[in-house]
Design a protein around this ligand. Structure first.
Ligand code: TYM
Length: 328
């Protein structure tokens, strides 16, 4: 079983990234093979400041390791350290039908807003397909917003196989119901582009302030409340044990509890859950070479597999299986 996923370094990771994806990466690591990468090539479609991008990549790697991604169990690397992936993107692009990309939401949303989309945004799903197919991946842990892209990946692989014979392995999305769509401060999907995120590694003071700002309805303190329609409770469910959830749900239904108390319970649960990662993050910050070494080792492992698959694809298309060796 090969597990693979990628995450864009476009800012500090937030709870949507964690509960939607990172937590699954950690639970699945140690599978026969697991590959996780920082999608810096994808981030180029939105981050145009080089120093900012480099900082986000560095933060992303430290965050992932601090949260529990273990290089002894999983391969962690930078997408751009495996240049074969851009070669595979072109090979796939030649057989990708336009209508597949036209229906993808990232492109459609921008177009609907009248934003001029560039070719990178339009062909973004083909790079993502190459990311997945280049490691013969079986299982791709993601949040619900990425399911469409995995379907496009399967469509592209199927078309390639029907044109050139069985070459590419079909992957499947792995989405946990409970964390498919993590709500943000305003109750909409938590996303950097909506400005409604809770960053994982904010200081306790900032975290508390953000949690206290989660939008709730205006039911008076003394009235009973429905936990199932409240974002505070939805987030609490991601962090608390079933027993703890039942206790808080009963308090909602009984009345006499204000939303401030529920928010305090959420803050306490978050501090408990992320406390150890926070400390590990500080240690890694003091020794940046630890994480850089992990990324470089990871790139070696990932690239070995990528070269093998690209050689297969090149040969299937009628190209020489590898380019002539290059001596500088
Ligand atoms: P990205 O960087 O936007 O998000 C990383 C992961 O976090 C999940 N996620 C969420 N899940 C639930 N609720 C939320 N509010 C929420 N916000 C983010 C996303 O579903 C994702 O799993 N295109 C991808 C990166 C990528 C990739 C890949 C993923 C590039 N190549 C290959 C898998 C396989 C993206 O933009 O994710």
């Amino acid at each position: 079983m090969k597990v693979l996923s990628g995450i864009q370094p476009t800012g500090r990771f937030h709870w949507g990234n964690y509960f939607g994806a990172i937590r699954q990466y950690i639970a699945l690591q140690g599978n026969e093979q697991s590959y996780y990468f920082i999608a810096d090539l994808h981030a180029l479609t939105t981050v145009r400041n080089p120093a900012e991008l480099a900082g986000y990549v560095r933060d992303a790697a430290m965050d992932l390791v601090a949260l529990g991604l273990d290089p002894a169990k999983a391969t962690l690397f930078r997408q751009s350290d495996v240049p074969e992936v851009t070669e595979l993107t072109w090979l796939l692009m030649t057989i990708t039908q336009m209508h597949l990309l036209e229906k993808c939401h990232a492109f459609k949303d921008k177009k609907a807003k009248g934003v001029a989309a560039d070719a990178g945004l339009f062909t973004y799903p083909v790079l993502m397909a190459a990311d997945i197919l280049i490691y013969d991946s079986d299982k791709v842990p993601v949040g619900a917003d990425q399911i469409q892209h995995i379907e496009v990946t399967r469509d592209i692989a199927q078309r390639f196989n029907s044109l050139y014979g069985e070459t590419l392995h079909l992957p499947e999305a792995y989405v946990l119901d409970a964390s498919a769509k993590v709500p943000g401060l305003d109750g909409e999907k938590m996303s950097k582009s909506y400005g409604n995120t809770i960053p994982i590694f904010d200081s306790p003071k900032k975290l508390r302030k953000l949690i206290m700002s989660i939008k709730t309805d205006s039911t008076p303190v003394e009235s009973p409340k429905d936990p199932e329609t409240c974002s505070v409770y939805e987030l609490y469910k991601l962090l608390a044990t079933p027993e703890q959830q039942a206790v808080l749900a009963d308090r909602y239904r009984a009345g006499g509890m204000g939303y401030g108390e529920a928010k305090q319970a959420l803050y306490d649960a978050a501090m408990e859950h992320f406390g150890a990662a926070f400390e590990r993050r500080q240690q890694l910050e003091a020794n940046p070479s630890i994480v850089e070494d992990i990324l470089q080792q990871g790139a070696q492992t990932a690239r070995r597999k990528a070269v093998e698959v690209v050689e297969r694809v090149r040969a299937a298309c009628g190209l020489s299986s590898s380019p002539v060796p290059f001596a500088r």
